[in-house]
Design a protein around this ligand. Structure first.
Ligand SMILES: [Zn+2]
Length: 136
């Protein structure tokens, strides 16, 4: 570490080092050029907050449909009244229920941070198509 910062109050002076952290990523030149920083003042934090965006190529590979049961309740007010009847009467006139179902669609994408737009590297293109390839 080569940068030092001194600060503190009138009684003590603290010297701290500037520590640098790094992460290694394989990014294409096109992806690096697409990186944008958007500064915005956050009133709650009383600080500048940066949003970082990056553009990578992606392709939809599959979609899945799910049905979740949210809740079940008596179908009508009349059915709700029946639900408090004695058990022997409910056996004779069963309560009809309505089930609320939430339909969900989950879309899967394969994204590739290595590809320059317009590049036709076969292994990366196959990855975008959903074909798992060890060379990707
Ligand atoms: Zn790739």
């Amino acid at each position: 570490m080569d940068t030092f910062v001194e600060g503190g109050d009138s009684h003590t002076v603290v010297t701290a080092e500037v520590m640098k952290f790094a992460s290694r990523l394989a990014l294409s030149r096109t992806v690096v050029d697409s990186v944008k920083l958007y500064p915005e003042f956050d009133k709650g934090l009383r600080h500048l907050v940066y949003t970082i965006t990056i553009g990578v190529l992606g392709k939809e590979t599959k979609t899945e449909q799910y049905d979740d049961e949210v809740k079940t309740y008596p179908a009508t007010i009349w059915e709700e009244l029946k639900s408090v009847w004695p058990k022997w009467l409910r056996r004779r006139f069963p309560v009809r229920y309505t089930t609320e179902i939430r339909h969900r669609t989950v879309t899967h994408y394969h994204i590739c941070p290595h590809l320059d737009y317009g590049n036709t590297d076969a292994a990366h293109i196959r990855w975008l198509q959903g074909v798992v390839d060890n060379r990707h």
